[in-house]
Design a protein around this ligand. Sequence first.
Ligand code: NAI
Length: 359
Amino acid sequence: MVDIFHEEDGDISFLEGKTIAIIGYGNQGRAQALNLRDSGLEVIIGNLNDKYRRIAMNDDFPVYSIKEATEISDIIFLLIPDEVMNDVFEREIRAYIQPNSVLVFASGYNIGFKQLKPPEDLDIILIAPRMIGVGVREKFLKNEGFFSYIAVKQDPSGQAKQTLLALAKAIGTLKKGAIMISFKQEAELDLFNEQAFGPAFGRVLLSSIYTLIEAGYPAEVVLIEMYMSGEMAYTYQKMADIGLIKQLDFHSQTSQYGAMSRGIRFRNLPYKQKMNEILEEIQEGEFAKEWKKKITKLKFKMIKYFATKQKINKLERQVRKNLKLKLYDIYEENPPTKEELSELKEISVELDEFKRYYE
Ligand code: NAI
């Protein structure tokens, strides 16, 4: 049984007199800052001079540079993208952070995969919401709460867990429940969802779409059937609300019989084996190592270039037009330059595979 914490486990008064700096006022930053302030805590923002700074000022927060906010706070939340976090930490936080402060993460990635090595005198804690930022705020306002994974990595003060639970309560997650795991486990779960479940689900979705289109069904009804109606989102919500199998009650008898009796034909697809492979790569730190390499950023650019040229993009655009739905710009990656192509020569065979895959 995991350790799971609720409202009665956190004491917000433990944080009295502490100044909390939220570094980064984006998806999570804004939601968490507003929730902490509404819970009666003193919150300041540290941000670059960009549109997020202006949003924070409009929300009536005192806004400082990242260095200044770090210097005058006791608890520092790092709520900027994981990819830039290490550089920002080295450049604008490490030298300015007060001894014995608390550093709070919303993702286990950089600590779990040892990309960021913080000073030993800091308490290092994690509050990783299983919820997008907008949801973190909405659920707080509705008094509903949301699940989070929490962790303590360093505890030189001996008070890290108390601080963690007080902050978790103030953010609003204890209303639903916060589960204690490790930084690395949080990052692994997140990556697995993105790298195994996400792409496998995407493949199944595309295969279904093309099966129907090749069989002559109009693209409009195929896309509505498969995802544009938004019906799947309700089914997912019902799975969370009442249970994976119990939600079948919301579907007709015909639908239930059809799904269950035909489901068995998909049992031998090799997904499980692939998923184990991907999980192992993540756990061994191979993915984190690969993502850190300079060439990987170029490889990413190329894969995205191929991926955004997939025929589903054009098809979807036409369907949205026909259905009079709002049109959004399709993301377009610039073609690679000559220099980039020559740098990518060493992985050209691998890249050709991606090109074919997305054709
Ligand atoms: P975001 O992409 O919304 O971050 C934007 C903020 O980062 C802005 O304040 C911007 O000024 C700042 N920023 C961007 N580049 C910067 C740079 N080079 N130097 C300094 N500041 C920079 O970030 P998001 O999505 O809120 O993620 C923050 C943390 O929360 C990450 O660790 C992420 O893994 C975690 N997380 C995010 C979730 C989400 O809903 N997006 C869900 C759970 C955790």
